[in-house]
Design a protein around this ligand. Structure first.
Ligand code: SDX
Length: 421
């Protein structure tokens, strides 16, 4: 029996069906609301709006739980690698041994980019932020595949998936090496996804690159933790771009642009800058007070989340990875001491308790990146490499929906009434 919601406006009652998910909040189906009432729903930050139905990822914000296709992310970090998770997010099931071997082979074969794409980098200043390069070069990828891509053909969407997740690490490493005046790297396909990325990032043609297994494992965990996260700002951007039938490479470029903001994927870079700005444990109370001051735009970067009103499970895993990597590499990072003390103080502060502000994935990720010698400007780039898996999985899920329509929100108009010149 379908539950109904009723809404009464000026004495007229409208019945709206309630849609039930597998679990989590149900949704009132308001698709007929405008037709029946002549009114819109108003929800500019999508605080109470489900923009779609999806079976890919589920977050329980109150419990601090993150599931990829039903599997808790901590179990996947423990038992799988990033390509297992990429396969799971796109196809819905973990690969068996043969499926994994075929998938890994296909992705590996797509890791190189068209040789002409390498000249796109020359147009950027050497000090261009690598996210600017990513937006430009990934968007340009669409020029190489625009014509021969039938987005209605599941097989061609699958090829686009393999292509884009294979090329993102290569483009990211090229952006980094371009910014430091080094040769643009080529992939080495006998390495794993994470190892290949690290070698392209830090290897030089003049020297043999030694893979550090601790660093490679930490990189793989970072990729898994950042792979997907329901309808966050960048994923919603990719869906909206895809709803116009734009090609998937252009859609991914739009996701990269949305991810860049410090309120979203740019927060990991902002956390490092904040910890450096705080500078010492003694300065923490002053910054906590600034974060609570409504007149001050300063916010505690890496804290708070639209959905998590508990500890972000990724932050918990990232915090452990941070300790493990620093211990295993024998690194003492004073910024970690500041981060741990900042977390301890904030979690006891009534303002943070009342607003349910906990560390999110970005709070510790920057410290892990630092331990891996990743420059701050590359933090969000790496986030975009990982999240490309989630973006393309959502794009594919949307394009496979026969009822898919172009996303076209309405508005509450508050401008001038009709007037004449
Ligand atoms: C990511 O959506 C996703 O899933 C994103 C992500 C993913 O994987 O895709 O999880 C990745 O983007 C993580 C979030 C990274 N961003 C940051 O760490 C930046 C700092 N955090 C804030 O900007 C903020 O918490 C947001 C943007 C993350 C969430 O903002 P919301 O949900 O719109 O919450 P809000 O701004 O309405 O905050 C509620 C209250 C406000 O107080 P009032 O104005 O209502 O009195 O809490 C306050 C805020 O002022 N608040 C903070 C705060 N975050 C919220 N106060 C101080 N410091 C903070 N960090």
């Amino acid at each position: 029996m379908v539950r109904k919601a009723t809404i009464t406006i000026d004495g007229k009652t409208v019945e709206l069906p309630i849609l039930e998910g597998s679990f989590g909040p149900a949704a009132i189906d308001v698709r007929s609301l405008y037709q029946e009432t002549g009114m819109f729903c108003y929800d500019p930050g999508f605080m109470s709006t489900a923009s779609c139905s999806s079976g890919i990822t589920y977050i329980d914000g109150d419990k601090g739980v993150l599931l990829y296709r039903g599997y808790p992310v901590d179990e996947l970090v423990e038992k799988c690698d990033f390509l297992d998770v990429a396969y799971l997010l796109f196809y819905g099931e973990l690969p068996n041994a043969q499926e994994k071997e075929e998938f890994e082979k296909s992705v590996t074969q797509h890791t190189m980019v068209h040789e002409q794409l390498r000249s796109f980098f020359q147009g950027f200043r050497r000090d261009a932020h690598p996210m600017a390069i990513m937006v430009g070069v990934v968007g340009a990828l669409s020029a190489f595949y625009h014509d021969n891509l039938d987005i209605y053909d599941p097989k061609q969407r699958e090829t686009a998936f393999h292509r884009i997740i294979a090329k993102m690490p290569t483009i990211a490493a090229m952006a980094y090496n371009y910014s430091r005046g080094c040769p643009l790297p080529y992939p080495q396909n006998d390495l794993t996804y994470a190892q290949n990325f690290l070698k392209m990032m830090f290897g030089l043609p003049s020297e043999k690159y030694q893979i550090n297994p601790i660093v490679a494992k930490a990189m793989d965990i970072i990729f898994i933790l950042h792979a997907d996260h329901e309808q966050n700002a960048s994923t919603s951007t990719v869906r909206l771009a895809g709803s116009s039938k734009a090609n998937p490479f252009a859609c991914i470029a739009s996701g990269i642009a949305a991810l860049w903001g410090p309120a979203h994927g740019g927060a990991n870079e902002a956390v490092l800058k904040m910890l450096e700005q705080i500078g010492s444990v003694e300065n923490i109370p002053a910054f906590i007070n600034r974060a609570k001051d409504k007149k001050d735009t300063f916010r505690l970067m890496g804290f708070g989340h639209r959905v998590y009103k508990n500890y972000d499970p990724r932050a918990r895993i990232m915090r452990k990875a941070c300790h493990d990597v620093l211990d295993q590499l024998g690194i003492q990072d004073p910024l970690l001491d500041i981060a741990l003390k900042l977390e301890e103080i904030a979690l006891k502060d009534q303002y943070f308790i009342d607003n349910k502000l906990y560390p999110n994935v970005d709070f510790y990720s920057g410290l892990v990146f630092r331990a891996l010698n990743i420059p701050t400007s590359m933090f969000t780039v790496i986030f975009s490499v990982a999240r490309t898996v989630g973006w393309i999985a959502h794009w594919n899920e949307m394009m496979a929906d026969p009822g898919q329509k172009i996303g076209r929100p309405r508005q509450l108009y508050t401008g001038s009434v009709l007037r004449h010149l």
